[in-house]
Design a protein around this ligand. Sequence first.
Ligand SMILES: [Zn+2]
Ligand SMILES: [Zn+2]
Length: 283
Amino acid sequence: MLKALHPDLGGDKEEFLKFLAWYTEQHAKDKNFKAEVVKRLPSQGNYVYRCEEFTLEEILTLKQKTLVLPVEKKCPDCDGTGYDRCKSQVCGNCLGTGLIETLSSRSKDKVYVPCPFCGGRGRVQRVICSTCLGRGTIRDELRVVVDLPLGLEEGDYLYLPRDRFNLPQDVYVEVVIKDHPNFKRVGKDLILEHSVSVWELLLSDFIEVPTLEGRERLATSDLRISQEIVLKSRGLYYYERGDLKRGDLIVKLRVIYPIDLPLEVKECLNLAYETYKRLHQGG
Ligand SMILES: [Zn+2]
Ligand SMILES: [Zn+2]
């Protein structure tokens, strides 16, 4: 259902907003989401931490994100031993003979037993593995696709429990929200500054402004009264006493006036003004 509605795929904005509202309700009931939003890191325990930038689209419109996580995995060249499997050196314990001299407990004679250090082979694998430099592990990357939950705020941590994501360790991703070219974040609200020409404001019935869920139609009759329109619950998500809430989207219009006004246009405007005055005085 979400796929067909998503603004990225040209879904209907109103339907998507309805879906978001439904999702928000569900989210409050169903805490068993895969990735969780937590406010602080655990004070102890072994986990992977990383910082990641998220776009407003990612945190507000239920997107997926591929996280590339650093992990340590067993070195395949030395099988985790840290020593080169192919190269060996002379055993220092038996000096390469593979045998060591000892006294028999019964006869008190000298006997030879296999060297316990090299297992009687006379050589030991003690050349450091060049792949892992003796650590036995190598750095690797793990790609995890995460369905992003709503309600991520700057400084939150996205917690990926190891068992749910099939990871070697728990992962905590600190959330940094990227600045958006159109929408400014102010507290829980988003501010959209939108330019509109005075002609459009006077001559069109509606103008369209971009929102994260799709384009929004605003009546110019409203915009001529106030150049600031508040779209309720279209801002940032946040938690308030366990409930998922949403701030507002405030559209601030900047009216653009023509810089050059040709005489012909000015005459038309004069005529328009005279007509306007006449109609208003008459009415
Ligand atoms: Zn190795
Ligand atoms: Zn030996």
